[in-house]
Design a protein around this ligand. Structure first.
Ligand SMILES: Cc1ncc(COP(=O)(O)O)c(C=O)c1O
Length: 372
C-alpha cells in the first residue's frame, strides 16, 4: 500500500445499476442504455466503469472528449462510443481512427469532416430544446439532417437533446423540451429522416420520465449508484441502485489536546474540553473539499461518526474522537459504510451546497482506485 488513503470502486455495483436502469427502461419497447463514462467515469475510473456497464447490458458508451474515447479503445473496448459534443477540428482524425461516433450541431463541423475526407462517420445530431448549452436550433434540424444525408462524410445514426430540469419533477419545462423535441422528430420524419437512435434522457430522465426514454437513454450519475437530485431520490432507492465508490484512509496519528487548545491553519477551532484528536492523511488535494470542516463534515472511525475539527489541509485532516479509544492504523471511512453508519457523496454535497457529481468527479488522481 503506497499510502493510507484510497478509494474502493465496486464494479459489480455499476454492473447492477446499469442492469436495473435497463430493466426499468424496457416497459414498452427495448431501450438501449448508453452509459456515460466521461470525466474518468465520474471519478470511478473510465475503463472500470465502461467494462462494468457493458457487463450490465449497456449497448454503448458516451464520453465528453475524443481523448476519453481513445482511452477506452486503447483498453480494448470495442462497443459503440458517442462523443457528446462537437470537438476541436484537429481531434477529428483521431476520433475517426478510433471509430468514435460524433455529435454534430453546426454545418461547419460537417464541413470539417468533409475537409479531412472522412467517409460514413455515424453522427448524432443534437437539438437544443431549451437548455441553451449546445445544439442546433429546432428550426435548423431538417436542413442539418439534409446536409448530413447528402454528405459522403457522415450518416445520421441518431438525434438527441438534453434535459435541463429532469430531476425537478414539478418543473413543467421537461414537458416543454420533450414537446419541442417531438416536433423536431415529426419534421424529420416528414422529410424522410428516421434515425435509429433517438435519445433525450440523462439519469433523471431515464428514471422519472418514461416519455423521455425513446430508443436509448444516457444515464451517468445513476450508474454509479448516486441520485441525480432530491426530486428522484426515492425512485433511485426503489430501483435499488448501489453507490459504487467509497473513500477510505487510516488514522496516522492520535494525540490528546486540552480544553482551550486550537487546531489547524488559522487556529479556527477551539476545543471546549480535553479530548483525543486523530489525524487522517487525506486532504483537499485528494478531493475532500476544504469547506467541509465548517459545515458539519464527519468521518467514520470504529463505527461512529467523528466531526472534522479545524481547517482541512492539503494532505491531512483532523477529527475529534472524544474519550474513545482510537489507534494509529484504524480504518477511516470518509464516504461509504462502517458498521451501521453511512456517509454518502450526497450528504457532503448537501452540506456544501453543491451536487454529488462534483464530489465524486473531484476525488483526485492522487487517490488510488482499487477495483473490488
Ligand atoms: C449530454 C449528456 N447526456 C447525458 C449525461 C448524463 O447525465 P447524468 O449524469 O445526470 O445522468 C450528461 C452529463 O452531464 C450529458 O452532458
Amino acid at each position: 500500500m503506497s499510502r493510507w488513503a484510497w478509494a474502493n470502486v465496486d464494479a459489480s455495483a455499476i454492473e447492477h445499476n446499469v442492469r436495473a436502469l435497463a430493466d426499468g427502461s424496457s416497459s414498452a419497447w427495448p431501450v438501449q442504455v448508453w452509459a456515460v463514462v466521461k470525466a474518468n467515469g465520474y471519478g470511478h475510473g473510465a475503463v472500470t466503469a465502461a467494462r462494468a456497464a457493458l457487463a450490465g447490458g449497456a449497448s454503448g458508451l458516451c464520453v465528453a472528449l475524443v481523448q476519453e474515447g481513445v482511452q477506452l479503445r486503447q483498453a480494448g473496448i470495442e462497443a459503440p462510443i458517442l462523443v457528446l459534443s462537437e470537438q476541436p477540428h484537429n481531434e477529428l482524425p483521431s476520433a475517426i481512427e478510433h471509430g468514435l461516433r460524433l455529435t454534430v450541431y453546426r454545418p461547419e463541423y460537417l464541413a470539417a469532416l468533409e475537409a479531412i475526407d472522412a467517409t460514413d462517420v455515424p453522427v448524432h445530431m443534437k437539438i437544443d430544446t431549451g437548455m441553451h448549452r449546445v445544439g442546433a436550433r429546432p428550426a435548423d434540424a431538417v436542413a442539418l439532417a439534409d446536409a448530413v444525408s447528402q454528405s459522403p462524410a457522415a450518416w445520421l445514426e441518431g438525434v438527441f437533446t438534453h434535459l435541463a430540469v429532469a430531476d425537478e419533477l414539478d418543473d413543467p419545462f421537461t414537458r416543454t423540451q420533450l414537446d419541442r423535441f417531438d416536433a423536431v422528430l415529426d419534421d424529420l420524419s416528414a422529410t424522410g429522416h428516421r434515425p435509429l437512435l433517438v435519445h433525450a434522457a440523462n439519469s433523471a430522465g431515464a428514471i422519472a420520465h418514461p416519455r423521455a426514454r425513446y430508443s436509448m437513454v444516457r444515464p451517468g450519475i445513476a450508474i454509479y449508484g448516486i441520485s441525480p437530485g432530491g426530486g428522484v431520490d426515492r425512485m433511485v432507492e426503489e430501483l435499488g441502485l448501489r453507490p459504487a465508490m467509497s473513500l477510505h484512509a487510516r488514522v496516522s496519528m492520535v494525540k490528546r489536546v486540552s480544553a482551550g487548545d486550537r487546531i489547524s491553519y488559522g487556529l479556527r477551532h477551539t476545543f471546549d474540553a480535553d479530548t483525543t484528536v486523530a489525524t487522517v492523511p487525506i486532504g483537499y488535494a485528494d478531493g475532500v473539499p476544504r469547506r467541509l470542516w465548517n459545515c458539519g463534515g464527519e468521518v467514520l472511525i470504529r463505527g461512529a461518526r467523528r466531526p472534522i475539527v479545524g481547517v482541512i489541509t492539503m494532505d491531512q485532516l483532523m477529527v475529534d474522537i472524544g474519550d474513545d479509544i482510537v489507534e494509529v492504523g484504524d480504518d477511516v471511512v470518509l464516504l461509504g459504510h462502517q458498521g451501521a453508519e453511512r456517509i454518502t457523496a450526497t450528504e457532503w454535497a448537501n452540506a456544501l451546497g453543491t451536487i454529488a457529481y462534483e464530489i465524486v468527479c473531484g476525488i483526485s488522481a492522487r487517490v488510488d482506485r482499487r477495483v473490488t
